[in-house]
Design a protein around this ligand. Structure first.
Ligand SMILES: Nc1ncnc2c1ncn2[C@@H]1O[C@H](COP(=O)(O)OP(=O)(O)OP(=O)(O)O)[C@@H](O)[C@H]1O
Ligand SMILES: [Mg+2]
Length: 227
């Protein structure tokens, strides 16, 4: 379970997050917001890659605010996931298990669930975009993280392929019972994957009931800005 409390972050004079609060329990939550609204910054603060100016991050009721990323047990798939080009798919996934994290049983289960068996000996350049994304997801999942953070991992992937991949991902994530915070711009993506939705708006996170409501709020704020 993740609780982010009153997270504030400034870059020079620009206030990006202002007392943003968000909770993820056992669900898959989509975090929606316009470009530059602070979604990636928020994820990086939860992962421990960027430090907040103010506020606290709790994971399973432990205060991890001052812990480095490797001690947080958080899975993170960045906005532009980079696989190691000189390593095979199998070696890329096993990299997630360095420092004794995870187990070979979990590795085999995840490879099976994500249908990666046939490509394990290939190199990333030989894979389609969809399989590269599956590989980065597997690498983030094998250490059995307490929560998985995904930052628009399907950018640049065709809508048709998204429609095939996302229900698969949802099944895998539900089967592994891992809570997820998933950043996206795409209402369809949010609906295919998430149980509920939150909106990054003016430095704060707002809970919304449907992805349609989130996108309506975004539309209104963009139109106001350009009116
Ligand atoms: N390291 C940094 N130094 C200075 N400014 C930064 C830094 N990282 C982010 N910013 C600024 O903070 C704001 C929020 O950036 P962030 O990447 O979190 O937004 P985002 O919601 O993820 O956007 P996008 O949808 O384009 O990915 C932007 O104005 C960005 O330029
Ligand atoms: Mg971003």
């Amino acid at each position: 379970m993740l609780q982010a409390k009153e997270i504030t972050k400034k870059f020079r004079q620009q206030v990006v997050l202002q007392q943003a609060c968000l909770e993820v329990n056992s669900e898959i939550k989509a975090l929606i917001g316009i470009n530059g609204s602070g979604k990636s910054t928020f994820l990086k603060i939860v992962a421990g890659i960027v430090s907040a100016d103010h506020g606290k991050v709790f994971l399973n009721n432990c205060d991890v605010t001052s812990l480095p990323p490797e001690q947080r047990n958080v899975g993170y798939v960045p906005q532009h996931p980079a696989l190691f080009q000189h390593l095979t798919v199998k070696e890329n996934i096993l990299y997630g298990m360095r420092n004794g994290k995870g187990s070979i049983d979990t590795y085999e289960r995840i490879v099976d669930l994500l249908d990666l068996q046939a490509v394990l000996d290939k190199h990333p350049r030989e894979l389609s975009g969809g399989y590269r994304t599956r590989t980065s997801l597997a690498r983030a999942l094998v250490p059995q993280p307490q929560i998985l953070l995904m930052d628009e991992p399907l950018t640049g992937i065709d809508v048709v392929l998204k429609e095939r991949i996302l229900p698969d991902f949802r099944k895998v994530l539900k089967e592994l019972q891992v809570p997820v915070l998933y950043v996206t711009h795409d209402p369809k993506e949010a609906e295919l994957l998430a149980d509920n939705y939150a909106l990054m708006d003016n430095g704060q996170v707002r809970q919304v009931d449907t992805s349609a409501e989130a996108f309506e709020l975004i539309r209104t704020s963009i139109l106001q800005e350009y009116a």
